[in-house]
Design a protein around this ligand. Sequence first.
Ligand SMILES: [Zn+2]
Length: 310
Amino acid sequence: MAINMITPRVGLTGELTVDGVIFSENGVIMIDNGWGKRQGREILADLRAIDKKLIAIINTHTHLDHAGANYFLYKETGCMIYCTLYESLMVRGAKQLFPALFTGSPNPILDGLDFSESLNPTALTVIPYDGQVTIDGVTFDIISTPGHSDGHVAVAVDNILFCGDAIVSPDWMRPRKLIYMTNPTLELDTLNRIRESSYDLYVPSHGSPVKDPNEACDMMVEMLSRIETFTREALEDGPVTLDMAVKYVSEKLQLRLRDLRTYNTARVTIQCVLNDCVMQDTMDYTVKDNMFYYKKLAPGETREAKKKMR
Ligand SMILES: [Zn+2]
């Protein structure tokens, strides 16, 4: 990897993710850091080549491909880790909480997932969801951008917005049919706020930086709209289980769920879209014959579960 400078003190690096490298008074501050020891070692080699010390890392969110080298880099450099309260809980409980959220089980199957390098409870500093943080002479704006993850933030410095996964660039989105999402309603609000912003450059963690975020925002909105349309279609002929909905929507999107990871990504996003519809009273659910089903509401009908609560 190499560091590609885009302003005198802001550079980009990374392979799987695009990470920020900001030159500070005594070294560099990173925004996200990629996945695991390998990328961590490459980051350290890059910094050695320019004779800079890693002072701190700001995590936009704590998914493995963004915060996966936290602990390795902390052990190697003593750098501080900054993230929001919700994401800090994920980091502190990385071995338990995040896998449970991603897989839907407190005792998950962890084939191929290793959280040991992202856990770093001793060096965490909690940053506000909206506000500013000054680290080693550099002031960063922190902007709440939930939807992809609950405590997700974008980070602005020198009028460049590091978007994390609040948006992905169109070149990344096109071949993919579905991006992981935990709250579609919050994501739509995040996209609106990104559209209304006026930064010189938007750096999504995946894909290329863009000057105008509107195309990326449009593609995210279309993706969420397609998933909701297909989930509603899946219910047309009667109640469906979550797995029936996942199968229907995946086939409509021409997605092939080839392993546990791709299945979990699709399942979480589709389930969150379904749950959003239920919570907004535009869909219903029932438990019947020891099975959980989503089902559609007739016009004017109220959810049964809510009726029973009254
Ligand atoms: Zn992510």
